[in-house]
Each structure stands twice: as structure tokens, then as C-alpha cells.
Design a protein around this ligand. Structure first.
Ligand SMILES: [Zn+2]
Length: 165
């Protein structure tokens, strides 16, 4: 029973070094004593080694943010690309062919690169077509993307495409 006594003594005196909450051995016999205060970053101490574990909330946030925004960007690139593609095809096959071949030849790009590079499409429309074509393309792309314009990146794309300068 020596162990039991020792255990109780340790249990009674183990408080979280960060917040002072009594540490609890959630998994009896594991020797890992956890802090159950959700606002505390201390996780558990290994009694055998004295090793302390803490949540690394800040590091996780910093590592996850770029990943989230990358995942977030891909569907928008596809959305914008498809809006451009269907707009051009609905106007005429030759307009579609002209724009996509210029994207490829001048910029080594395709319609899915236009979200990040609205100037590609703008320049191609300016240089190869009457201004009325550009107006129609922008209007149609805007209509298709309208309900997605609350995304900052899509609104920015539409603004840059409409820019008269
Ligand atoms: Zn704590």
C-alpha cells in the first residue's frame, strides 16, 4: 500500500504551476497530472520525469493561418476562372480562343490565374477588342460572381478589371 499512500500525498499537493488549480490524473496510473482549467495553457506534468507540457496555442495559430488562406484561395481561383471562361464562350468561340491563346502566349497563364493577375485579362481585352467587349465581359463576370463579391479577393479582382486607367 506504500504506492497508494505516496500517490495520495502527491495528488494532494500537486497544483498547476501556472494557475494553481489542483492537477488531476485523468488516466489513473499514467502518472500524468492534468490541469483542467480551460483557460490555462498548462496541460499536464509527467510525475515520473517531472516533464511539463503546455499548449502551444500561439504557435498553432501562426502555422495554420497561411494554410487556411491557401486552401481558401483555390476555390476562388476556380470560381473566377470558370466565370471568365463561361462569359467568353457565351460571347463567341473566337473571343474565347483569342483571350485564352493570348493568356497562354503572353503570360504562360490560363483563366484560373486571373484572380491573382486581373491585369492579364484587362490588358488582353484592351489590346485586342473594342471597349464595348470589355464592358460586356466585365458585366457578365460580375453577374456570375455577384453573390461571391463579399469575398475580398473577388471584389478586388472585379475592381481591378473595371479600372479605367
Ligand atoms: Zn493550470
Amino acid at each position: 500500500m506504500y504506492n497508494q499512500v505516496r500517490y495520495e500525498v502527491i495528488f494532494g499537493i500537486m497544483n498547476c504551476p501556472d494557475c494553481g488549480t489542483l492537477l488531476i490524473e485523468f488516466d489513473p496510473g499514467s502518472g500524468n497530472h492534468h490541469c483542467h482549467n480551460p483557460n490555462c495553457s498548462f496541460q499536464y506534468v509527467e510525475l515520473m520525469t517531472g516533464k511539463q507540457h503546455r499548449k502551444t496555442v500561439k504557435n498553432e495559430e501562426m502555422e495554420n493561418k497561411p494554410l487556411v488562406s491557401n486552401l481558401d484561395k483555390k476555390p476562388k481561383r476556380i470560381l473566377v476562372g470558370l466565370a471568365i471562361e463561361s462569359t467568353l464562350i457565351s460571347m463567341s468561340r473566337s473571343i474565347f480562343d483569342k483571350v485564352t491563346s493570348r493568356l497562354r502566349e503572353d503570360y504562360n497563364a490560363n483563366v484560373f490565374d486571373c484572380l491573382d493577375n486581373p491585369q492579364y485579362l484587362k490588358k488582353i481585352l484592351d489590346e485586342n477588342f473594342d471597349n464595348s467587349i470589355r464592358v460586356v465581359v466585365i458585366k457578365s463576370v460580375k453577374t456570375i460572381l455577384g453573390e461571391f463579391a463579399y469575398y475580398e479577393s473577388i471584389q478586388e479582382f472585379l475592381d481591378k478589371l473595371s479600372d479605367k486607367s
